[in-house]
Design a protein around this ligand. Sequence first.
Ligand code: SIN
Length: 303
Amino acid sequence: MNLSISLGNLWLKNPIIIASGVFSIDSAPYFPLPDIGAVITKTITPLPREGNPSPRLWETTGGLMNSIGLQNVGLKRFIDEELPRYLELSLPIIVSISGEKEDDFPQMAEKLKDKGVSGLELNLSCPNVERGGMHFGKDAEVVKRIVREVKRASSLWVMPKLTPQAPDIVETAQAGREGGADAVSLVNTFLAMALDIKTRSSRLGTLMGGLSGPAIKPIALRMVYEVAKAVRIPVVGCGGIMTAEDALEFIIAGASAVELGTVCLLNPSVPSEILKGIKEFLREEHIGDIRQLIGSLKTSNNG
Ligand code: SIN
């Protein structure tokens, strides 16, 4: 049975990718690394960031809200101290990068280009920062410009991560492709609120946060379907995937691979369960190659 897939010129042994933000070099021992196709690092910015005030997490019905604010050690410490340890894991490492200015992206790509990473995910979708983040990702022209400049600055494989807050996510994905993206990932979290009625204030340290988890899955799935249908580069699906069945739905809708995020916070060994479930399904359906399933959705009965 073949489980390997390719995202442009990036080959993965299976379609399970650990999403940015749920894996760190210190949590690596808790993850079933042999069952994982690739890991995306927590987003790195040019300079260190302390992140947003606490509370930073709030559990909602069927979901999780976060407002971390891109806390990270900054690019220099990441390259000097963390990246060498990531590269020892012997699996593709995709570095998630972000910045407050458009120029930050090509400058970071330049510094990462010969460091042994497998590619870059451009975080153009964080809802928890005042500058950059989803403010870039909501504007298709900005997405195109940033991808184009990153591709000019490095020969690295590049995948913008898109925001569901964009007015038209298909247009944004198309802009990424026109800029030269090798793949697109979608979706990041949905901008959301949760309030404490007694204190009449936000449950988070910021007024709003990003919602992830099963609550967003059907919307993420619809967006993945629409983008995969319209845009001729591989799509990586993300948003509330908890089970093998969820992952298979994204693949059938057109995703070449899936990112597991929130579910890994609950259970870091879940990638093994999801991979096992995918294999069982392929066996039951007599499908010898997972690539046969990508975009295999039948729409003829649905008008
Ligand atoms: C955060 O750091 O606030 C979350 C990251 C993201 O949503 O991109």
